[in-house]
Write a protein that binds this ligand. Sequence first.
Ligand code: UDP
Length: 241
Amino acid sequence: MSDFFKPEKIQRIIIKISGEFLAGSKEIGYDNAILEQITDDLIALKKLGLSIGIVLGGGNFFRGGKEEDKGFDRITGDNVGMLVTVQNSLILADYLNRKNYHCEVFSALEMDKICSFYTPYNVENALSSGKICFLAGGTGNPYFTTDTAAVLRAIELNANLVVKGTKVDGVYSSDPMIDKDAEYYSEISYDEIIAKRLNVMDMTAFSLARDYHIPMKIFNITKPGNLKNAILHKNVGTFIY
Ligand code: UDP
């Protein structure tokens, strides 16, 4: 049982949700049932009075990255990946607005006809007025991931926690989908993750989180209601500190 996780101290969170999760049972695009579930889960959190920033991935449509054999330039691929994160944010924000929860989409890439431009000051104002803020466009630079964007935004916006939704319950000693004997950690330090050579997130995100002391909770987002439980309960998800 986690001793370090202190839910009562959490006021502002950055939630990272992969694009792949938005696709649900489909291989690509959006699963409406999933969008309903996520927005309900976000509203349940908002009702707790938390200040919420959301970073969405783009894997439901496109991932750039290393693969040279994709047939196009790395920067082109990464730019398209970042655009997808804006698209995903617009869709989820629309769902939330229709449920009467006010949100605003901020993009690290300027697109003033579609959404606001990300600066920490703009977002701070919107968060202070109670809006749920989507922090889209990743970091605004190729060669990064949205995990890194989530940690970077948490540092810039003084968030108390990064919450990362995955398909498994938290951090394990090995992949629990493959290894039945994988050991589950309810809490683990960044240093232990290095010592045990666990692969929890990309190294850039990991180094930033560790250097700037950003705690993180990894939880199973596929279970409805689990987002709120991961914030409120020590025994849901793995706390990384
Ligand atoms: N991306 C980027 N810079 C960033 C964030 C994302 O270039 O700061 C691109 C990169 O190509 C990445 C894609 O956007 O593969 C989608 O992001 P990510 O892979 O993190 O999405 P997820 O796997 O979480 O759905």
